[in-house]
Ligand binder design. Sequence first.
Ligand SMILES: Cc1cc2nc3c(=O)[nH]c(=O)nc-3n(C[C@H](O)[C@H](O)[C@H](O)COP(=O)(O)OP(=O)(O)OC[C@H]3O[C@@H](n4cnc5c(N)ncnc54)[C@H](O)[C@@H]3O)c2cc1C
Length: 369
Amino acid sequence: MPRLGKNTLLSFWEHNGWCQGRDIVIIGAGFVGLSAALECRRRFPSASITIVELSPLCGGGSTKNAGFTCFGSPSELLDDWRVLGPEKTVELVAARYKGLKELRKNFSDEEIGYEATGAIEMFTQGDEKLEADVHEFVPVLNEALIGVFGGEPFSVGSEAPGVKGATSVITSPFEGILDTSKLYRSLLQRTLAAGVDIFNGCRIESIEADGDGYRLDFDYGYFEAKQVVIAANAFASDLLPELDVAPQPNRVLVTSEISHLEFRGSCHYDRGYVYLRRLGNRMLIGGGRQWGDGESDEVENKLIEFLKTHIAEDFEIEYNWIGHLGVGESRDPIVKTVKPGLHVGVRMGGMGVAIGSVIGRQLGGLPQL
Ligand SMILES: Cc1cc2nc3c(=O)[nH]c(=O)nc-3n(C[C@H](O)[C@H](O)[C@H](O)COP(=O)(O)OP(=O)(O)OC[C@H]3O[C@@H](n4cnc5c(N)ncnc54)[C@H](O)[C@@H]3O)c2cc1C
């Protein structure tokens, strides 16, 4: 029975129409949750499928990211290589690149604002140890990844257009940038058109086994679902504490328009902890978690200083926001059935733009009706 106490805000219609007796409830309306819903719809054309999302739109990385279709800069991949080993690293890069190809197959470049700009990783004075390690690693990495890209993805150079003070750069033609709002909107429209309900403004607080399915409580009601899919990324461990994923705050800044901006495409610095890209005539810069707490003024000031030193001096900051990466011991996503009827797909390792749809599809393949 619905909880019709004095704190209950749901009407009879809302409870019966949206919350009761659902076949599949997906928690989180990010790229992964939306893609999982589309896959569930493909597999179960007449199932009732609801996505529950705590924010008015999306509260996670999927609308707060920088819009790189990244598969890992060489220094990030060196980290992965050390943690996960060569085979898993190659698998991960292949999945991310496949994600980009799938996105471009499912949506036109116009629909997602995709630009095949290529990307660079840059090194500066003080990075000598990392720079030497990465230069040594690039030929090994190129050989391992040649089958994924059909050519060597990385080449070492000394400079890049519009970048000042780099001691060296590594370029890759395969990474691009897209318009995050266009991608999210396109995916959202497709999900709604597939007859999936989205219930916004609702934070799931607990998931309890209930008969043959689950009961998902929120502060003014509950859902009943035969199958539950957790796509809550950074905050998934609030629901399943045993998951190795935690929120990592990341600041993003966007400048005012900069005249005579020469920088093109995107750039990674220091294991991907700092990322920058061109956005029209503005620059976007984000990250800086190697410098401290992502929400601190110190990190914000260092990001601005980095932009002034290496890209342009004359700008104001016009947009400034925080998003949360879902990170853990390693950067490989967790996609699994935790117990019968309860499935999870989280931890995109700060690189979910391209891989999110692939992981979402895998996750949407887990529920059984
Ligand atoms: C600042 C920033 C910059 C980034 N830049 C890039 C980039 O350039 N390229 C790239 O590839 N990746 C980037 N990422 C990472 C990428 O955005 C994420 O990996 C991807 O969006 C994750 O998608 P998701 O669907 O797993 O999670 P999310 O988009 O985080 O979605 C999870 C959703 O679950 C909801 N939720 C959580 N808990 C609950 C609950 N209890 N009840 C209801 N809803 C809940 C949240 O509100 C959220 O909307 C960036 C991330 C951040 C934060």
